[in-house]
Write a protein that binds this ligand. Structure first.
Ligand code: NAD
Length: 504
């Protein structure tokens, strides 16, 4: 098997099975957020580079689509094995460029690998339906066929997992793929492309372009691309959805979040606090499924806030590759300053600042993009620290008197990615599950993490489109259904009639 290529000073594109330089002449810096240093640059794709990637994908499509499903599944199985062997090396790349801790990066890569595991079952997943005698001696069956060249556009916070929500399922279904990951974290998928090639994937089936709006717009407007999967912030998700719809493309665009956890007075507060600390501050709050708003109901409020404050202060902050670190830095200096600015805003808005992360400095890492943990209490729905997705280690607590009030609060929020309830009452949990207008729900589980064989996706402003990613919904997104009706002559069947039949 080929050795990993050096990442090098400039990350290239990956077109037709090999690295290719970007032709725009524009580049972006890639940081190690823990040191604040630029570790490499990434070449930005021009529209011509995107066109070259799409042409490679179109050229590979006929053969790959017609490759037997068992052969396609065997390539996925080999890819799965190579990913497992390289799990830690991939997680190191994730941690280096994103900043999350190594154990957290390992977990995120594992979640992505599980989608490849799911895609190995593609011969079963692509089975159609069959009905005999829909009319006299007439049979009907369905087939699920690849849609063509698919594209994926992904955010910075999961450099491996979110791309793996998309391309393994799309490619297993017989499509070819063009991926554009966040320009802030470009290296991990380059290694995946090498592993996929080593697993036997034909050149051109999987291509990578890097870049910014220019590359994204070239994807959205390219007539050779049939379907686009996007994950990122809500304004860009909406733009991607609208542009693709206008261009007649199939599209699923997952957006931002403000995930609430409702804590009822009967909850095990110690258990709930531990869960909320991990969900609020894990990965420095840079998770689309992070809990960023806690709704404390009735008597749960004061003891919950006291326990959250104690545990938030005890979180160990440091570089992602250091031992016994809970939380790493944020992605960039600008983002760290923006999150810190939200703490200023919360104070001005009159929320009670219980833990203030703004003064945090890590000795020897003064240039790293670190920020301490912040906890606000008595936050109200009118405040910007409640309304905006902060995407950092800032947890806000709202107070509600009843479960009705808590459910109404969650349902009034325009975001609807994930939510959780903490309670010992089965009746309250069932009611929450039934009435809550959110795509993913945890019951005493703060982040209902993506399970590959179920789908993942929110509602309302957290997802534009009809189908979620991976699971059966992913297979549906990356295939088109064809309905075939068959009749064979010379079987004593009536001659075909002129009018639509009234009897079968
Ligand atoms: P982002 O929207 O800034 O970027 C996402 C992708 O869009 C990147 O590849 C980026 O290069 C591209 N992009 C950025 N600006 C663009 C523009 N003006 N025009 C065209 N393309 C553009 O998101 P991010 O900051 O990388 O990631 C964080 C966001 O992603 C958060 O809002 C988070 O909630 C969301 N997210 C959502 C999910 C989910 O499943 N719903 C999962 C992970 C992250």
């Amino acid at each position: 098997m080929n050795k990993p290529a050096e990442i090098g000073a400039r990350v290239p594109l990956w077109i037709a099975g090999k690295p290719a330089p970007a032709s725009s002449g524009r580049t972006g810096p890639v940081y190690n957020p823990a040191s604040g240093e630029v570790v490499r640059h990434v070449g930005f794709a021009s529209a011509a580079d995107v066109d070259a990637a799409v042409r490679a994908a179109l050229a590979a499509l006929p053969d790959w689509r017609d490759t037997s499903i068992l052969r396609r599944a065997r390539v996925m199985q080999k890819f799965l094995q190579l990913l497992q062997e390289n799990h830690k090396a991939l997680a190191r790349r994730v941690s280096e460029e994103h900043g999350k801790t190594l154990p957290d990066a390992m977990g995120s890569v594992q979640r992505g690998i599980e989608v490849v595991e799911f895609a190995c079952g593609i011969p079963h997943l692509l089975k159609g339906e069959y009905s005999e005698n829909v009319g006299t001696s007439v049979d009907t069956h369905t087939v699920r066929q690849a849609v063509g060249v698919c594209a994926g556009i992904t955010p910075f916070n999961f450099p491996a997992m979110v791309p793996m929500w998309m391309f393994p399922v799309a490619i297993a279904c017989g499509n070819t793929f063009v991926l554009k990951v966040s320009e802030k974290v470009p290296s991990t998928v380059m290694r995946m492309a090498e592993l996929f090639r080593d697993a036997g994937l034909p050149d051109g089936v999987f291509n990578i372009v890097h870049g910014d709006k220019e590359a994204v717009d070239a994807i959205l407007n390219h007539p050779g691309i049939a379907a686009v999967s996007f994950v990122g912030s809500t304004p860009i998700a909406k733009y991607v959805y609208e542009t693709c719809a206008r261009n007649g493309k199939r599209v699923q665009a997952l957006g931002g979040a403000k995930n609430h956890a409702v804590v009822l007075p009967d909850a095990d507060l110690e258990f709930a606090t531990d869960a909320l600390i991990g969900a609020g501050y894990g990965s420095a709050g840079e998770r689309c499924m992070a809990i960023s708003a806690v709704v404390a109901v009735g008597a749960a409020g004061d003891p919950l806030v006291a326990a959250l404050a104690r545990k938030a202060r005890a979180i160990k902050i440091g570089p992602g590759d250091a031992d016994r670190v809970d939380m790493g830095p944020l992605i960039t200096r600008e983002h760290r300053d923006k999150v810190s600015g939200y703490v200023d805003i919360g104070v001005k808005e009159g929320a009670k600042l219980v833990v203030d992360g703004r003064g945090f400095r890590l000795k020897g890492r003064e240039n790293g993009f670190f920020l301490g943990t912040t906890l606000f209490d008595h936050v109200t729905p009118k405040m910007r620290i409640y309304q905006d997705e902060i995407f950092g280690p800032v947890l806000v607590v709202l107070r509600a008197q009843t479960i009705e009030e808590a459910i109404a609060l969650v349902n009034a929020n325009p975001y609807a990615n994930g939510t959780a309830i903490f309670t010992e009452s089965g009746g309250a949990a069932r009611r929450f599950e039934n009435e809550i207008q959110v795509g993913m729900v945890g019951i005493n589980v703060p982040i209902p993490v993506p399970v590959a064989f179920y789908s993942f996706g929110g509602w309302k402003s957290s997802l534009f489109g009809d189908l979620h990613v991976h699971g059966i919904e992913g297979v549906k997104f990356y295939t088109r259904t064809k309905v075939v009706t068959t009749r064979w002559p010379h079987q004593d069947t009536p001659a075909p009639g002129f009018h639509m039949p009234t009897l079968g």
